[in-house]
Design a protein around this ligand. Structure first.
Ligand code: HEC
Ligand code: HEC
Ligand code: HEC
Ligand code: HEC
Ligand code: HEC
Ligand code: HEC
Ligand code: HEC
Length: 449
């Protein structure tokens, strides 16, 4: 190649000479800005129009499949279809365990909606919700399937948009949210349910005074509330609906059941864990055991692999890059039980404490403080705790309210037109909290609720 060749001159041939280099760059930048601004304004306009198609005030925002973001690509296949079987496939050989597990919040955390599992009321008088915007109210009805309808009243006319309750998320321990399908696309309904208020409330994070039906629900949300659902490529909220295994099955903690079931169908009900394809959890290092729960109880983060790709026994760090645990706050959806537990002397001073030390996830134990206190007494004597001794059975049977106090999850705001509540969560940093203890001791009943 001729080293002395003047590349600059050659490029100049393609340049409008009158403007000079910088003029040209400025023109291109201006053009790009103009085009972007044009499309942005167009979209804004289109969104407004879409909203106004339904009501003249533009309060109702219907779903728009066209603007749901494209799905993020990974080098690995999303796979897993057919690997997860759901708990019914375990019943033949683990009948008792399946039966008790069916009562748990894990198993019931997502379900196809029915009148029985939607906690909010469809009764006359309690089936409505008045938004802070006087023109907007919601009504629930169970006449033609379960539906949530936004009604905007303007100059004597009523404008409506309605969507079905298709999926229920949550057991209503503190709340429930509801999802609906539009073809393969999944969205959240604008109203949720708060157990504390026993009423319909605005879904967490929704702007007040609007009826937003356009919030897309991604695998980032579903992966903690369903066992598995096959993801479609066309959008991040698009799924093969009939593949969904609702609820969290045994398999999210023990690994997919397909190979294990096939193995036992072949060899019979013999016990040989070494040859059995099921993951032997108790043989895993403590960190790997903790990470099985940390999939869903240690906050969110950036996916390094597809959302349903993690398998028990693997290192969680290779699957998701989570926020540093010390920086996680006490919020429901950075559910940070693990981060807080790690700060406890109980955890730091025991060689092998896991979540299972205090929780048997195979049965429904929710909010049973007496049972939970028994688990403390596996390692502690009541005599080690002067207040517990003073309080007698009230202290002995409830180590929990003084040592794992509750705090409100500030990110999960559940609001009606005149109240906002935040779910109560246990702080898993087991410690001495003198003020909370003093309040508990001086009160006639337990410190919270
Ligand atoms: C055809 C019978 C059969 C079916 C169906 C079956 N299992 Fe098992 N499973 C067994 C037998 C037998 C054992 C005990 C021997 C062993 O551990 O290999 C076992 C053991 C297990 C263990 C214990 C492993 C350990 O670490 O001790 C788990 C977990 C398990 N099964 C989960 C499941 C799940 C989840 C399903 C449903 C997806 C399922 N099994 C379906 C027969 C079955
Ligand atoms: C796939 C996600 C996922 C995994 C894995 C998981 N959890 Fe959960 N867990 C949840 C969700 C979601 C809820 C909330 C259920 C509800 O109330 O709707 C929950 C609730 C709970 C509760 C409260 C139950 C109640 O009745 O109040 C406990 C305790 C719990 N999990 C412990 C664990 C432990 C221990 C592990 C690991 C052995 C674990 N979880 C693994 C998602 C998960
Ligand atoms: C990182 C896992 C994770 C993600 C992502 C997640 N959740 Fe949860 N969710 C949980 C856990 C764990 C709980 C139980 C709270 C607790 O007690 O720790 C929960 C609780 C809830 C509850 C209250 C359940 C009850 O019985 O009171 C609702 C409703 C809920 N989630 C809805 C959603 C929705 C909607 C999304 C997506 C927009 C979502 N969650 C995303 C893990 C997750
Ligand atoms: C939330 C996570 C989780 C879910 C869901 C779960 N398990 Fe487990 N399982 C564990 C953990 C952790 C252990 C080991 C510690 C223990 O025994 O609690 C275990 C232990 C076991 C064992 C062997 C140890 C023993 O106690 O005999 C069997 C068998 C088992 N599980 C079966 C099941 C079946 C069947 C289901 C569904 C019906 C299921 N598990 C659901 C987490 C889970
Ligand atoms: C597996 C054993 C184990 C279990 C279960 C356990 N702890 Fe501990 N806990 C310990 C150990 C070990 C220490 C550290 C003792 C020491 O430093 O002298 C500790 C320390 C504590 C302390 C002192 C904390 C501090 O910061 O000074 C309190 C309070 C406590 N535990 C309460 C509880 C309560 C309440 C429960 C039940 C919810 C519980 N523990 C369950 C082992 C356990
Ligand atoms: C030292 C005992 C102990 C350990 C270890 C422990 N928990 Fe808990 N956990 C409790 C107690 C006590 C409660 C409150 C009783 C209840 O409401 O069921 C609780 C409640 C919960 C709840 C219900 C939500 C809430 O805030 O009320 C979840 C979810 C939970 N624990 C998850 C976990 C996970 C995940 C781990 C492991 C990282 C873990 N726990 C380890 C004692 C423990
Ligand atoms: C009324 C609230 C309250 C109740 C109930 C309670 N504790 Fe405590 N606990 C405290 C306070 C406050 C301290 C520190 C008091 C002190 O040092 O005199 C303490 C101290 C302790 C310690 C010793 C911590 C250390 O510094 O060594 C342990 C262990 C402990 N409690 C465990 C328990 C267990 C287990 C239960 C249930 C059987 C229980 N506590 C019930 C408030 C309570």
């Amino acid at each position: 190649m001729d080293e002395s060749r003047d590349w600059g001159d050659e490029r100049d041939e393609f340049r409008p000479r009158r403007w000079g280099r910088w003029g040209c760059a400025a023109a291109i930048v201006t053009l790009v800005v103009a085009v972007v601004a044009f499309f942005w304004l167009e979209r804004r306009h289109e969104q407004r129009q879409l909203a106004q198609m339904i009501d003249p005030l533009g309060l109702i925002h219907p779903p728009q499949a066209s603007s749901d973001a494209p799905r993020r690509q990974f080098s690995e296949s999303r796979g897993a279809l057919g690997e997860f079987l759901g708990v019914d496939a375990c019943r033949d050989c683990h009948a008792e365990r399946v039966e008790s597990f069916a009562e748990t919040a894990h198993f019931r955390t997502s379900q196809v909606a029915t009148r029985d599992n939607v906690a909010g009321s469809f009764e006359r008088g309690r089936d409505g919700y008045q938004s802070i915007d006087e023109a907007l109210r919601f009504v629930m009805d169970a006449e033609d399937g379960l539906r949530q309808t936004a009604v905007v009243s303007h100059e004597g006319e009523a404008f409506e948009y309605s969507a079905p309750f298709d999926v229920v998320l949550g057991t209503a321990k503190s709340a429930q949210s509801f999802l609906f399908w539009r073809e393969s696309h999944l969205y959240q309904l604008p109203l949720s349910y708060s157990a504390q208020l026993d009423s319909w409330t605005k879904s967490p994070g929704y702007p007040a005074g609007l009826a937003i039906f356009s919030r897309a629900v991604s695998s980032g949300c579903l992966r903690c509330h369903v066992t598995f659902v096959a993801e479609r490529e066309d959008a991040w909220n698009s799924f093969d609906r009939e593949t969904a295994i609702w609820g969290i099955s045994c398999e999210r903690c023990h690994g997919p059941g397909r190979d294990h079931v096939a193995y036992h169908q072949r060899v019979g009900k013999v016990g040989d864990l070494a040859a059995d394809p099921i993951v032997n959890l108790e043989a895993l290092p403590i960190e790997r055991q903790l990470e099985i729960c940390a999939q869903c109880h240690a906050g969110t983060g950036e996916f390094l692999r597809p959302p349903f790709a993690y398998r028990p026994g693997e290192e969680l760090a290779g699957f998701i890059r989570q926020e540093p645990q010390e920086e996680q706050s006490l919020v429901v959806h950075s559910t940070n039980q693990l981060a807080r537990l790690r700060l406890s002397k109980c955890f730091l001073s025991s060689a092998a404490m896991t979540c299972s030390t205090c929780h048997d996830v195979h049965r429904h134990e929710s909010s049973d403080r007496q049972l939970a206190s028994k688990k403390c007494r596996q390692c502690h004597q009541v005599e080690d705790c002067p207040p517990a001794v003073r309080l007698g059975s009230r202290g002995r049977e409830n180590c929990i309210d003084c040592h794992l106090p509750t705090a409100r999850d500030q990110q999960a705001d559940l609001a009606t037109a005149d109240a906002v509540v935040y779910p109560l969560m246990r702080d898993h940093r087991v410690a001495v909290y003198p003020e909370i203890a003093a309040r508990f001791e001086s009160a006639d009943t337990s410190a919270d609720e």
